[in-house]
Design a protein around this ligand. Structure first.
Ligand code: ATP
Ligand code: MG
Length: 439
C-alpha cells in the first residue's frame, strides 16, 4: 500500500511565542542534556540503519530547540549543516512532526502547502520527507527521526513502519541516557549530602573538642583552687591536735574528724586531677620506658607501707627480656602504683603481696597478687567504673574514692594494652595488665 500525504496539514507554524507544549518540551530537553551533546555512535548506528533500510540519502535524529533544530545524529547532510549539527527553524521540516506529535510523510515538499516555503527544500534539497516523532515516556515529543530524499517519492507503509520501529529504538537510547543521567544526579546528590554530613560532623567534633577543653580547664582550676584552702584547714587541724592540750575530748574528736574528711577530699582531688591529666591530654609524653625498672622503683617506694601493714612483699620478673616499651612513664607509674596500693590496702596483716612480670612474647604481663579480702563475684563487673567501691564490710571502711582502677584501665588501654584480674572473695585477688613491648 502506498501512502501519500498521511497528514493533511494546512496550518503553518509561524508564531514565535512559546506555547505551553514548547515549554514542556524544552524542559524535557534540558533534563535530558541532549542539546549540543557530542556525537554518539549508538544514535549514528540508528540513522545509518534508517538511511540504508529506507534507501534514503539523508537521515536525521533531530531535537527541536526553541529557535533551531539540533541534530543528535545525521547522515548525508551537505556542509555547512553537517559540521554545524544544527539549522534555524527556517530549514526545519521536523518542527511540524514535533509540534503535532504525529508522523509527517510528504512525497513532494514543493507541493505541500505546509512546507513548500521551507528553506530545507532549497538548501538541503529536501524533496521527499518522512518523519516520526520521538516521544518521551510521559508523552512529550522532543524531536523526530526522519529520512529525506532528493527526489519525489511515495513512502510505503512498510517503510513507515520500519522508521517507526527505529524511532522507538532512538527513544530507548534516549531513555537509557535519561536513566543514566538520573542516576548520576542521584549519586551527585548523595555525594553532596555525604560531604555536607562530613562537614557537619567535623564542625560538631571541633565544638566537642572545644567543650572538652573548657571542661578540663574548669576541673583543673576548681581542683587547684580547692586544694589551697583545704591544705589550710588540714594544717590548722593538725596544729590544734598537736598543740591544743587543753582541748576537751569531744573537741579533739571533732578536729580528728575534720582532718580525716580533709584527707578524703585531698585524695579525691588528687584522683580527679590525675584522671583529667590522662583523659584530657591526648598529646602524651611518650618515650621508651624500661618497664621492669619502673615497676621495681614503684615497688620499692611502697615497701614501707607493706612493712607497716605487716605483709610479705616480693618482686619477680621472667628473665631474658628488657621489657622496653613505648609509653608515658608518669601514667604507667600511676597505673602500677594504683594496683600496688590496692593490694596493700585490701590485704589484712599477715598476708602477702607479690609483684610479677611475665614474658608473653610481644607483650608483657604485669601482675599484683594478694591474699587479701577478695571481691564478691557480683561486684566484679563494675570494678573499673569511676567511683565504684565494693560495698563489703571489709573494704568499704578503708579510705578511697573508687577512681584508681578506672584510671588504670584508661591508662593501659591508651597504651594499647588490656587490664586483667581474678578475685575470689575472702581468698585474694590478682590484678594486672598486658602491655605491648618493643624489646
Ligand atoms: P582510690 O581511688 O583511692 O584508688 P579505691 O581503692 O576504693 O579508691 P579502686 O582502686 O578503683 O578504688 O578500687 C575499686 C574497689 O575495688 C575498691 O574500693 C575495693 O573495694 C576493690 N578492690 C580493688 N583492688 C582490690 C584488691 N586488691 N583486693 C580487694 N578489693 C579490691
Ligand atoms: Mg585504689
Amino acid at each position: 500500500m502506498f501512502v501519500k500525504n498521511v497528514r493533511d496539514i494546512t496550518e503553518v507554524y509561524t508564531d514565535t511565542q512559546l506555547s505551553s507544549t514548547d515549554s514542556v518540551r524544552l524542559a524535557a530537553l534540558k533534563r535530558l542534556c541532549l542539546l549540543d551533546s557530542p556525537v554518539d555512535p549508538s544514535f549514528d548506528r540508528l540513522t545509518r540503519l534508517a538511511a540504508r533500510l529506507l534507501h534514503s540519502p539523508v537521515s536525521l535524529v533531530t531535537l527541536l530547540d526553541h529557535d533551531r533544530q539540533f541534530f543528535k545524529s545525521q547522515i548525508g547532510l551537505p556542509e555547512p549543516w553537517a559540521s554545524q549539527r544544527e539549522t534555524p527553524l527556517s530549514h526545519s521540516l521536523c518542527q511540524h512532526v514535533v509540534r503535532s506529535n504525529a508522523p509527517l510523510i510528504i512525497s513532494d515538499t514543493r507541493e505541500q502547502p505546509l512546507v513548500q516555503h521551507n528553506l530545507a527544500i532549497r538548501d538541503l534539497n529536501a524533496i521527499a520527507y518522512a518523519g516520526i516523532p520521538l516521544v518521551t515516556a510521559d508523552g512529550v515529543a522532543i524531536g523526530s527521526l526522519c529520512v529525506i530524499d532528493h527526489q519525489p517519492r511515495t513512502w510505503t507503509q512498510a517503510e513507515i513502519d520500519t522508521l517507526t520501529d527505529l524511532a522507538t529504538s532512538v527513544m530507548t537510547e534516549i531513555e537509557l541516557i535519561d536513566a543514566h543521567e538520573a542516576q548520576r544526579r542521584a549519586e551527585q546528590q548523595i555525594a553532596l549530602l555525604q560531604a555536607q554530613q562530613l562537614q557537619d560532623m567535623a564542625a560538631m567534633n571541633k565544638k566537642l573538642v572545644e567543650l572538652e577543653q573548657v571542661k578540663s580547664d574548669m576541673i583543673r582550676v576548681a581542683a587547684h583552687d580547692l586544694r589551697n584552702p583545704l591544705a589550710l584547714v588540714m594544717g590548722y587541724s593538725e596544729l590544734m591536735l598537736e598543740e591544743g592540750e587543753e582541748l576537751a575530748e569531744h573537741h579533739r574528736e571533732f578536729v580528728t574528724s575534720i582532718l580525716r574528711s580533709g584527707q578524703k577530699m585531698l585524695s579525691l582531688i588528687k584522683d580527679i586531677l590525675a584522671l583529667e591529666r590522662i583523659t584530657g591530654d591526648p598529646a602524651n609524653n611518650y618515650q621508651t620506658v624500661n618497664f621492669r625498672l619502673l615497676a621495681h622503683e614503684v615497688f620499692e617506694t611502697n615497701r614501707d607501707h607493706a612493712d607497716i601493714a605487716n605483709l610479705s612483699y616480693t618482686f619477680s620478673a621472667d628473665e631474658g627480656r628488657a621489657y622496653n616499651l613505648n609509653g608515658d612513664p608518669g601514667q604507667l607509674r600511676e597505673a602500677i602504683e594504683n594496683l600496688l596500693t590496692n593490694a596493700i590496702k585490701y590485704t589484712p596483716a599477715g598476708g602477702s603481696v607479690s609483684v610479677q612480670i611475665h614474658d608473653k612474647g610481644d607483650f608483657l604481663l604485669f601482675q599484683v597478687n594478694d591474699t587479701g579480702y577478695g571481691i564478691p563475684e557480683a561486684d566484679q563487673e563494675r570494678l573499673f567504673q569511676a567511683f565504684y567501691r565494693v560495698p563489703t564490710d571489709e573494704t568499704y571502711k578503708i579510705g578511697g574514692t573508687g577512681l584508681g582502677l578506672h584510671l588504670v584501665k584508661n591508662i593501659i588501654e591508651r597504651h594499647g594494652g588490656k587490664v586483667t584480674f581474678k578475685s575470689v572473695y575472702k581468698q585474694g585477688s590478682s590484678f594486672g595488665f598486658y602491655l605491648p613491648t618493643t624489646s
